[in-house]
Design a protein around this ligand. Structure first.
Ligand code: NAD
Length: 368
């Protein structure tokens, strides 16, 4: 899965940071190193026009530092557009910690990471991502206020993943309406790849609606547990991407829509939680469109989590958060319409609208 983080092209350019193909005028990239705890992290602040950069921290066993750098560049950029398309007054940022979250994550390491976050004086606010738990954010909270997604006991809102899953579910329904003429998922064959924090809750929504859910994960124990709990079928074939399903929901890692997979996919709808599903947004979205596959932009439909943690920064009102997350349904339909009207992919439609909002805000800021 490691190779999924890059298209391969990024690594060909040799200029260390600003020359990376996934570098997109990021404002600030901070390399964090601490010998005592073994911390090696990179914080990426892509854009702060709309507000301080908010985005989770991912801990992953990257094959090398280039992979980690490209991941943080891509992820932080995605956060900028996610916040803008969702109408939140925050910018885009993200952090990655290089290492195995199961064996190398210690309280000391998380504390040190929190100190680095603090050193940015609020320009970057962190939260959970893959490899992180609410308890890790609580440790970060011990050393900095610039963290969200902390536990309810500590005055936070806990794990944002259930809200993310709700938004993905609604985005998927909107995509089904557009593609199949009805948003009813009952009887639809849906493959959920990755049944972690978000994926499992998504499986819950889908099975409750009567969808025929197949699950895939690299964690065998989790597969058996979730399979039994929701009576979901477990994918056992060799080639997940050729699976005969109506909807494919990528909920594991990014770049699963790449040169190898886009031609295999039989699903007519792709709607999932994973960030940066398109390995190359200028190439793979168009191929999917040519093949008649409707792709619901990831950064649009997986925004429930950021809506949730954003609310933690000001006034946390669960009912209001769920209402905002429900907007994802209508926004997704609007994006599909905009894409059709402008003969562009849904991904580019969402990017265009988000970029217009950022440009508008930049103009307003310059007049202040
Ligand atoms: P998680 O770590 O809880 O779950 C990820 C799951 O994917 C794990 O069960 C893991 O075993 C599995 N997995 C990893 N590689 C796999 C592979 N090659 N094939 C199949 N399964 C694989 O993460 P999560 O919080 O559920 O997030 C899932 C995705 O959604 C991530 O890409 C994350 O960035 C994105 N996302 C999450 C949130 C959130 O609120 N948690 C918000 C927005 C986006």
């Amino acid at each position: 899965m490691n190779a999924a983080f890059t298209t391969g092209k990024e690594l060909q350019k040799m200029d260390p940071v600003f020359g990376q193909l996934s570098f997109d005028d990021h404002e600030q990239i901070v390399f964090c190193n601490d010998k005592d705890t073994g911390l090696k992290a990179i914080i990426g602040i892509h854009n702060s026009v709309m507000g301080p950069a908010l985005g989770g921290t991912r801990m992953y066993n990257y094959a090398n530092e280039w992979e980690a750098l490209n991941d943080v560049l891509r992820l932080s950029r995605g956060m900028t557009f996610k916040a803008a398309i969702t109408g939140l007054n925050i910018g885009g940022g993200k952090a990655v910690i290089i290492g195995d979250a199961k064996t190398q994550k210690t309280p000391e390491l998380m504390r040190k990471f929190g100190e680095f976050v603090h050193s940015l004086s609020g320009r970057y606010i962190t939260a959970e991502d893959v490899g992180m738990e609410t308890k890790d954010m609580d440790i970060v909270r011990d050393v900095t206020p610039y963290v969200t997604g902390i536990s309810e006991e500590r005055g936070g809102s806990g794990n944002p993943s259930p809200v993310t899953a709700y938004g993905v579910y609604l985005g998927m329904k909107a995509a089904a309406k557009q593609q199949f003429g009805s948003d009813v998922l009952s009887g639809k064959k849906i493959l959920v790849q990755g049944i972690g924090h978000v994926g499992e809750t998504l499986v819950d929504y889908l099975t409750k609606e009567g969808a025929l859910v197949t699950i895939a994960d690299i964690n065998e124990e989790k597969l058996n547990e979730v399979g039994a709990k929701y009576q979901a079928q477990i994918f056992r074939g060799d080639d997940l991407y050729s699976a005969d399903v109506d909807i494919y929901a990528p909920c594991a890692m990014g770049a699963t829509l790449n040169d190898t997979t886009v031609y295999k996919i039989k699903a007519k709808v792709i709607a999932g939680a994973a960030n940066n599903q398109l390995a190359d947004e200028n190439v793979h979205g168009a191929i999917l469109q040519e093949r008649g596959i409707l792709y619901a932009p990831d950064f649009l439909i997986n925004a429930g989590g950021i809506i949730n943690v954003y609310a933690e920064l000001a006034h946390y009102d669960k009912a209001e958060i769920m209402r905002k997350t429900e907007n994802i349904y209508n926004t997704t339909l609007e994006i599909f319409d905009f894409a059709l009207a402008n003969k562009i992919t849904p991904h580019h439609a969402a990017l265009t609208i988000a970029q217009n909002r950022i440009n508008q805000r930049k103009l307003e800021n310059s007049k202040k």
